[in-house]
Design a protein around this ligand. Structure first.
Ligand SMILES: Cc1cc2nc3c(=O)[nH]c(=O)nc-3n(C[C@H](O)[C@H](O)[C@H](O)COP(=O)(O)O)c2cc1C
Ligand code: SF4
Length: 406
């Protein structure tokens, strides 16, 4: 085994958290939390990931409050789920796996039928792309009071998550969700001190980071997932990512996860491989949403053929610009790639699809010198997000990730 590959299996600390190797399960919303509950399926899913040898798993999209959910079948952080969440995290700890929680807030993008407010809240008034089929046509602009409340909610959610046993928090700053909507000149049209210059657009994300840090203390790992580019005209680009990374680094973040794209405008840049439009059309039940997908799909789902390590060149630029840990994500699926990432100076590697198909990836990668994930990057798993039994790789012949590849 070459030295760089061997480094993947060496432990490393993330602000005091001892991780046994460099493999972290990326946040992939599991679709296993009906009406916001912690289901047995969710526990089984992460337990299965843990037994494959990852150092840390990420519970995908943990909304910081009820109205921060994209829909009602997502977790949100509140006392009602304390017992099952604590039990799930304990069972992952028993399997020698640390647990990160992805802190999500959808902003002006929601189809949550249990929304308490009249409309979802983003930086600016506009169309709520996700809610149209539910009759939730618009989102409102946040007032200063809404912003102050949101910052407080992040802090409260962080305290709750620390108290139930999470080892690390991952603030979602990317993919077009709430904080990203503030960061992006495409979606933030505010004229107050939260809009305009990048410094102003970063004000809320940095206040959120400060609030989360204050809640959990200096010795608790906080990482943030960003979009290196949104991949849309007038949106955040690769140069912005350098400035954003530096601001987060100065703001005291412990690590940055280097993703890209937005779920609403350009998801394919994040999920390179086969186009997800056809599988999404097949899975969509609402005729109105299907019609919208037919109309908007070709603009939204552009072609980005799969390449191994597709964010490497741009993530490397960030490596040179920041001191905090860098956590690479995007098309890492072979031993060669894992070694390259260590050689380039990344600290950890997040894995999404390659763990869905091969939960034993870390163990196999250590045993098989020429390991390559079986993932075909067909992206059919994306269309299983709203499947009654949650996400899975349809290329395996059952719903659990355990059985044989067909
Ligand atoms: C089924 C599925 C669900 C996903 N859900 C989320 C999510 O909830 N939050 C997030 O930040 N990224 C999500 N992603 C993106 C992954 O975290 C990751 O950035 C992406 O899959 C690229 O990494 P990979 O090439 O290792 O799969 C999802 C990806 C997949 C395949
Ligand atoms: S469906 Fe399976 S093979 Fe296709 S991208 Fe997802 S994990 Fe990979």
């Amino acid at each position: 085994m070459n030295d760089y590959l061997a480094q993947c299996f060496a432990p490393k600390n993330l602000n005091g958290l001892a991780l046994k190797n460099r493999f972290i399960k990326a946040g992939t919303f599991e679709g296993m939390s009906p009406l916001g509950s912690v289901s047995q399926a969710l526990m089984d899913f992460h337990n299965r990931m843990a037994s494959g040898g990852i150092a840390m798993t990420t519970i995908g999209y943990c909304a910081i409050e009820n109205d921060g959910r994209l829909h009602e079948n997502m977790l949100y952080m509140h006392e009602g789920i304390r017992a099952p969440l604590t039990a799930m995290i304990q069972s992952l700890h028993d399997r020698d796996c640390k647990v990160s929680g992805q802190m999500g807030y959808g902003g002006g993008f929601s189809k949550n039928r249990q929304l308490e407010r009249k409309r979802p809240l983003g930086p600016s008034f506009g169309i709520n792309m996700l809610g149209v089929a539910q009759g939730m046509m618009f989102c409102d602009a946040m007032t200063q009071h809404d912003i102050d409340q949101l910052v407080l909610r992040y802090g409260e959610a962080a305290s709750f998550m620390q108290s139930v046993g999470f080892d690390c928090l991952e603030i979602h700053f990317g993919h077009g969700y709430g904080l990203c909507q503030f960061m992006s000149p495409k979606t933030n049209r505010r004229r107050d001190h939260y809009g305009g210059s990048l410094q102003n657009r970063m004000r809320l994300p940095l206040q959120v980071l400060e609030s989360v840090r204050k809640a959990v203390g200096d010795d608790f790992p906080i990482i943030g997932k960003i979009s290196l580019t949104e991949g849309v005209k007038g949106g955040l680009d690769y140069n912005d990512a350098i400035a954003i990374g530096r601001m987060l680094d100065r703001g005291g973040i412990d690590g940055i996860v280097t993703s890209g794209g937005t779920s609403t405008m350009n998801p394919m840049i994040m999920l390179r491989g086969d186009n997800i439009l056809q599988p999404m059309l097949k899975a969509e039940k609402s005729p109105l949403m299907r019609m919208m997908l037919h109309l908007a799909g070709p603009f939204m789902f552009k072609s980005y053929p799969y390449e191994e390590l597709y964010f490497l060149e741009q993530a490397k630029r960030l490596r040179d610009a920041v001191d905090c840990n860098l956590i690479y994500v995007g098309g890492a699926s072979t031993n060669n790639s894992f070694a390259t990432l260590m050689e380039t100076g990344f600290d950890f590697i997040q894995l999404g699809r390659s763990l869905l198909i091969d939960p034993d990836l870390p163990l196999r990668s250590q045993q098989e010198p020429d390991f390559r994930s079986r993932c075909l990057h067909c992206n059919e798993c994306i269309a299983t997000i709203e499947h009654p039994q949650g996400i899975h790789c349809p290329r395996t012949n059952n719903l659990s990730t355990d059985r044989e590849f067909t």
